[in-house]
Design a protein around this ligand. Structure first.
Ligand code: ZN
Ligand code: ZN
Length: 426
């Protein structure tokens, strides 16, 4: 009897484990294709809002799968809509497709030798952020899900997004333009998933964070007005350079004395100061330009408010005037905590519990955040470093390299997360 119970448990255990692994044949078949696509895209990188051939390749693939395709979304974006075998919710999966003006420096057989014009200059073009892997992974997910349409309870929207790195000056682009053009409507999307490959995370590992994951980026410009005088007679003028120094000092106290850094990190950096022409003239004005990074909207509001109070007040205290203008350039990549809790068991089942790890907040920004301002979303990081090595090169650099043995985990995770999410009743 005891043996029978044991056997029964074993059987049930095997059945539970088998859940989600019944697509293993599909995954085995798709891995080689995903790696091939990734290498082809890597060898043919295109800059933001110029992803013409990449878009053609994606559209041709989606068409071959019988998925309804929209092209020319936000210039070069491609959207595929897969209606599952059963009615249900609508889930979006997003991959960014653009490359960077970086000249590749390695010995890969599929290294990019492409050059292009960027801001009037001829530059090398490289997938130096790994968006080639995102594109290939999502093409793979589209193939596996479309071949298993009967298991899809609802609709999956595949969003291939241009210009994540930023549209060229004077152009719109990226996630914001896609949303403006209605990518989250008709059918209305309930939730969105996305991933980013990371050169410093070992292949086979996924890292994630609940809540604020990547920072909101804001740009600020401060104009300080003083009164010009001879350098030898400061008492006859108002020194805007001294006021600038006091302002910079003051701004740092907003971070070190007023921000609850145990909640989330926050950064204010002044990156540029422009003032003066000569050693013996106290100039009339100064301009300070900088960036603010926040991971929590309440903290962002407080920091912005305090900067707006402090800048003119400090200038006034020293007899001058100052104005500050703050503009947001990217929102917080905010992972909906409920969605994270819901999807974590799927990730752990697919990747193995020990391989699903917590990621610290990142003060860099990502425009996936705009989708998350509209609907709940989950954005996580996929390992791209050769297992067993410790050497990796940062994103956006000529030596950046990704080991494509980690891509299949991305395909599996997004596929299983899609099936499980659409199967959930709430
Ligand atoms: Zn990047
Ligand atoms: Zn990127």
């Amino acid at each position: 009897m005891k043996n029978l119970i044991c056997t029964l448990f074993l059987l049930i255990g095997t059945m539970v484990l088998a859940q989600g692994t019944d697509l293993s044949d599909d995954y085995n078949r798709i891995e080689e294709k995903v790696i091939r696509w990734r290498r082809e895209i890597h060898q043919n990188p295109e800059l933001s809002n110029r992803e013409f051939k990449t878009a053609e390749k994606i559209a041709a693939h989606l068409n071959s799968l019988g998925i309804a395709v929209q092209t020319g979304v936000a210039h070069t974006g491609v959207v595929g809509i897969l209606k599952g075998g059963q009615p249900g919710k609508v889930l979006a999966l997003r991959a960014d497709i653009d490359a960077l003006p970086v000249t590749e420096r390695n010995d890969l057989a599929f290294k990019s030798t492409v050059t292009s014009e960027f801001l009037g200059e001829q530059v090398g073009v490289m997938h130096a952020c790994g968006h080639d892997t995102h594109t290939a992974i999502l093409m793979g997910v589209a193939e596996v899900l479309s071949k298993n349409k009967d298991k899809v309870k609802g609709t999956v929207k595949f969003i291939f997004q241009p210009a994540e790195e930023g549209a060229p000056p004077g152009e719109e682009g990226g996630a914001l333009l896609m949303i403006k053009e209605g990518v989250l409507k008709n059918p209305d999307v309930d939730a969105i998933f996305g991933l980013h490959i990371k050169s410093e995370i070992p292949a086979g590992v996924i890292r994630y964070k609940s809540g604020g994951t990547m920072a909101a980026a804001q740009r600020f410009v401060i104009n300080v007005k003083g009164k010009q005088s001879h350098g030898s007679q400061p008492w006859l003028g108002v020194d805007p350079i001294l006021i600038s120094a006091k302002i910079i000092d003051g701004l740092q106290t907003i971070i070190s004395r007023e921000s609850d850094l145990t909640n989330e990190a926050a950064v204010i950096s002044v990156g540029k100061i422009k003032s003066g022409v000569r050693f013996n003239i106290i100039p009339e004005s100064a301009e300070l330009i900088g960036t603010i990074r926040t991971l929590d909207y309440d903290m962002q509001k407080m920091i912005n408010r305090r900067m707006e109070e402090m800048v003119p007040a400090i200038a006034k205290a020293y007899g001058g005037d100052a104005t500050i203008d703050i503009k947001s350039s990217t929102a917080i990549t905010y992972n909906d905590p409920d969605l994270v809790v819901k999807m974590l068991p799927t990730m752990q089942r697919v990747g193995g519990k020990e391989n699903i790890q917590i990621q610290k907040a990142i003060t860099g920004a990502e425009d996936f955040s705009y989708f998350q301002e509209e609907i709940p979303g989950f954005f996580f990081f996929l390992g791209g470093m050769t297992p067993g090595t410790t050497e990796s090169f940062p994103h956006h650099t000529p030596d950046f390299i990704i080991d494509d043995s980690g891509l299949i985990l991305g395909v599996k995770t997004l596929t299983e997360m899609s099936l499980d999410y659409l199967n959930m009743t709430n």
